[in-house]
Design a protein around this ligand. Structure first.
Ligand SMILES: [Zn+2]
Ligand SMILES: [Zn+2]
Length: 359
């Protein structure tokens, strides 16, 4: 099969013919029907996060099951599936305790070698996936079977970015009908968060982004107001919420400055949810007294705090019902050979999501 591999930090991904290794008893083989490019792929290619090499890239995907291991239950050859960066085994303490997004299999699924290169070296898949390929072999816990009418290019988005944004609002921020939400950063994740705010019934939804095109996207996808960051931002959010601040602010950037602003624009007993991962070693600081007295909550949301077996079918249904616009997040489709151009376009902010159709 053909796959796009990370070999060296900062170099273009290398598209090669590789030999897929046979699945283990808990694995499934998926023919990839669509895989989207995510900012994490850009960061890994640039060497910002290190997962070793060679590494089969790609992690936001959907496909069709082609083979199942001897111990696999609940999914069969021919099933349509979406993949997940966070596996869910369904039986570990975290899965049973209402925290399936931190399933204990998370590290285990990333370890197995999945393909042999022509030079004999062995490659793992990014996050235990590796979807920039015609086919991928993954742990059964990393896929969710779905019956949906969504086209592949849209279904693939549920595998990472859309779930991250929607889940930050629906699973982590406590939004009630009529509530208010601000979203800092209106890329694909932020735009999914804006749509999640609408789905949750929020009436005041504020998208914040320095790029005019992204502010226009925010308004098109459900924001009631779009603001440019800078001087007067917090005051503008306060003015839009009767001086109280928003019920929740989703910070898709996660830098000390944006977290500070998110905190300042959130009302008493409101919620700041950080979904953007800042550089390693970043520290946040805030005054203890106002924090104590305001009872504001600050948390992160990892992979949309998702229960993938519950949330993936639910998010697909939102899209089928027209409550979630996924088509508006797909800017371009590509072939596997165009993966590096797609990542360049994403890095330059020219696309929200570019989607590879590898087969
Ligand atoms: Zn991602
Ligand atoms: Zn588990």
């Amino acid at each position: 099969m053909r796959a796009a591999l990370f070999l060296e930090a900062g170099a273009p991904l290398s598209i090669q013919e590789v030999e897929a290794l046979p699945p283990g008893p808990d694995d499934v083989v998926v023919r990839v029907t669509a895989t989207a490019l995510c900012q994490t792929d850009v960061s890994v290619r640039a060497g910002k996060y290190s997962y070793g090499a060679p590494l089969i890239m790609g992690h936001e995907a959907c496909g069709v099951i082609e083979a199942v291991g001897s111990a696999v239950e609940g999914v069969a050859v021919g099933d349509r599936v979406a993949t997940s960066t966070a596996p869910c085994c369904g039986v570990c303490e975290n899965c049973r305790g209402g925290r399936p997004h931190v399933c204990v299999l998370a590290q285990e699924v990333r370890k197995p070698m999945r393909a042999r290169l022509a030079d004999g070296s062995l490659a793992v898949g990014l996050y235990g996936l590796g979807s920039f390929a015609e086919q991928m072999t993954v742990n059964r816990a990393s896929v969710v079977p779905l019956t949906t009418s969504l086209p592949d290019e849209q279904l693939a988005l549920i595998g990472c970015g859309v779930t991250t944004g929607l889940g930050a609002v629906l699973n982590r921020a406590d939004i009630r009908p009529g509530g208010s939400v601000a979203v800092i950063g209106c890329g694909a994740v932020g735009l999914a968060a804006i749509q999640g705010a609408r789905i949750a019934g929020a009436e005041t939804v504020i998208g914040i982004d320095p790029r005019g095109a992204r502010r226009a996207d925010a308004l098109a996808l459900g924001a009631s107001l779009a603001l440019e960051p800078g001087e007067g931002l917090v005051e503008a959010v306060l003015a839009a919420t009767g001086g109280r601040g928003v019920d929740a602010c989703i910070d898709g950037v996660g830098l000390p400055d944006t977290v500070q602003q998110a905190y300042a624009m959130t009302r008493q007993a409101g919620s700041v949810v950080i979904v953007g991962l800042p550089p390693q070693g970043t520290r946040y600081s805030f005054d203890a007294w106002p924090f104590f007295l305001s009872e504001k909550r600050i948390s992160s949301s990892l992979f949309g705090s998702a229960d993938i077996r519950r949330d993936f079918p639910r998010y697909a249904r939102f899209a089928e019902e027209g409550r979630l616009n996924l088509a508006g997040l797909v800017s371009r489709t590509l072939t596997l050979d165009e993966v590096n151009e797609g990542l360049d376009a994403l890095a330059a902010g020219e696309v929200l999501r570019a989607v590879i159709v590898p087969n």
